[in-house]
Design a protein around this ligand. Structure first.
Ligand code: ZN
Length: 518
């Protein structure tokens, strides 16, 4: 007697093997049979005729840390078929947050169901809200560093690195599975090779993963890749290049050299992988365009410089001198504070026109009046390179987004559409013959990340494995979120089970939430 039986489906088991027809039987949180289960009884039978049954997707690059506490349904992710999220990326995790460490501006505007500082406290709070997805947590280097030495823009002393190592060890003991860096953001950008190697070595000893938003994704891409791969070579840590890309038209030609570096490292036997979202615009805080001196020292210091007329003038001059005229045209405003809602989704040049300002001044105006909470879309990637990168066998899918929901407090900002659409968008392209075959696409979203993060008995639809399973309709599966209307759930995931419990049934949330800390 099964608890659940998925019948008549076409199974893509996550290994990359072609689809085969089979029923799937579940008992408790496990898959117990895959085959012809025609006669066997089950408490619940879910029809999968003309549909595909596969393992739940693993979002190899997520930022849902804080938002899982507010919207544990994880709606924007669940509707993409995602059953596990790897949180804490780009140096920016919710925990640990000791000393002067602060959560990012966009997380600060919300109310949370409790307080947390350490990874253990975050985990307890997260478990108390019962998230719908499983969670794999990385320790963010920026908060780790700020916990020890604040937001000072300088290299760490040896004794400070040692304190970071201890805090990292403790955070991994409390359930972290690796370290993420965000080396374009303060204060991570001030880390020396010595600091990164010492911390990566801690992760390597525990078999964890080192993910990196590297120092450059544009003209300095190849050097940044060499640094990242070198950390894997010197420490033995498993490496994941975050959102691998060639940013800026003048750097698009670097793609082949970048892939050659990745392949060379893999031929050497290094465990090097990457993640990518299937869009050509990036999204981050608008103040990422500022030179380092302007963001040093934490948010109060940065806001203080914007209020100081002479420093603001210096910043303006530098922005004009370092950014080509046309670069302003590649920026579209995303989230803002309530005061600037009318500018959401609007090209910066249009914002400037409406305000009667130059684009540079419009950017400074928004950043200051939004108290650093302005996000922006930067149109700068090549479509051809996107598919070239996604086609590599070691590239996993990662949304690079916090979850959202079209209702409640998380419906009020203006996210990149990748928060709602990444996985169905990639799978749709595979089903339509525009990228790798569907079996390979599913492998890149299931067994590949499961193996990379060491998630045992997940990522493959097989007897004995955990029952993270989805059923999707290959005819209707699609993403709906756009840059102008981002809060749109994806379509086509018909049923979803997380740890054996039905989370989506006939296309609707059941209200069950059974994700666990992995
Ligand atoms: Zn990043």
């Amino acid at each position: 007697m099964f608890d659940v039986k998925l019948v008549h489906g076409s199974v893509l088991d996550g290994t990359g093997k072609p689809a085969f027809r089979a029923d799937v039987g579940l008992v408790g949180d496990r898959i117990v049979e895959v085959g012809d289960l025609g006669a066997a009884e089950a408490r619940l039978v879910l029809e999968a005729e003309h549909r595909v049954v596969c393992p739940g997707f693993i979002d190899a690059h997520s930022h849902s840390d804080a938002y899982l506490l507010i919207e544990p349904s994880a709606a924007s992710k669940i509707y993409q078929g995602i059953t596990s999220e790897v949180i804490g990326n780009c140096g920016s995790s919710a925990a640990p947050r000791l000393g002067a460490a602060q959560i990012p501006s966009d997380w600060r505007t919300h109310t949370y169901p409790g307080e947390w500082r350490t990874v253990a406290e975050y985990r307890r709070l997260l478990e108390s809200v019962r998230p719908a997805v499983n969670v794999v947590a990385l320790v963010g280097h920026n908060v780790l560093r700020a916990s020890v030495m604040g937001y000072e823009g300088r290299a760490a002393r040896t004794d400070e690195i040692q304190v970071m190592e201890r805090l990292l060890e403790r955070s991994l003991d409390e359930g972290g599975r690796g370290l993420s860096t965000g080396l374009i953001y303060p204060p991570g950008m001030y880390a020396t090779a010595e600091e990164l190697l010492a911390l990566a070595a801690v992760v390597a000893r525990r078999g964890g993963v080192y993910t990196s938003h590297m120092r450059s994704e544009s003209s300095g891409l190849l050097d940044a890749l060499k640094e990242t791969i070198g950390i894997g070579r010197q420490t033995g840590v498993r490496v994941q290049v975050s959102h691998l890309k060639t940013s800026g038209r003048t750097n698009w030609h670097l793609v082949e050299a970048a892939l050659e570096l990745m392949e060379g490292a893999r031929r050497e036997g290094l465990a090097v992988a990457a993640d990518r979202y299937p869009y050509t615009a990036s999204c981050t805080d608008l103040d990422v365009i500022f030179p380092n001196w302007a963001t040093e020292g934490g948010r109060e210091a940065e806001l203080g410089r914007l209020r100081d007329p002479s420093l603001r003038a210096r910043l303006r001059d530098e922005l004009l001198a370092t950014r080509p005229e046309r670069a302003w045209g590649s920026i579209t405003i995303g989230s803002t504070s309530e005061a600037n809602v009318r500018f959401r989704g609007m090209p910066l040049e249009q914002v400037a026109e409406e305000l009667g300002l130059e684009p540079v001044d419009a950017a400074l105006y928004l950043i200051e009046s939004d108290q650093l909470a302005t996000s922006a879309f930067f149109q700068g990637m090549s479509e051809a390179n996107l598919w070239r990168i996604l086609g590599q066998p070691y590239v996993m899918l990662g949304s690079d987004a916090s979850l959202r929901a079209p209702w409640g407090p998380l419906s009020r900002d203006f996210p990149h559409p990748r928060a709602y659409g990444s996985f169905p968008r990639f799978l749709r392209a595979a089903l339509d013959g525009k990228t790798v075959p569907p079996a390979e696409a599913v492998r890149k979203m299931t067994s590949l990340p499961a193996g990379h993060f060491g998630l045992r008995e997940r990522g493959v639809l097989a007897k004995g494995h955990y029952a993270d399973v989805i059923v999707f309709d290959p005819g209707t599966l699609r993403d709906r979120a756009t840059y102008s209307e981002p809060h749109q759930l994806s379509e086509g995931v018909i049923h979803m089970l997380v740890n054996g419990q039905v989370t989506i049934r006939d296309g609707s949330l059941t209200g069950e939430r059974h994700g666990i800390w992995l």
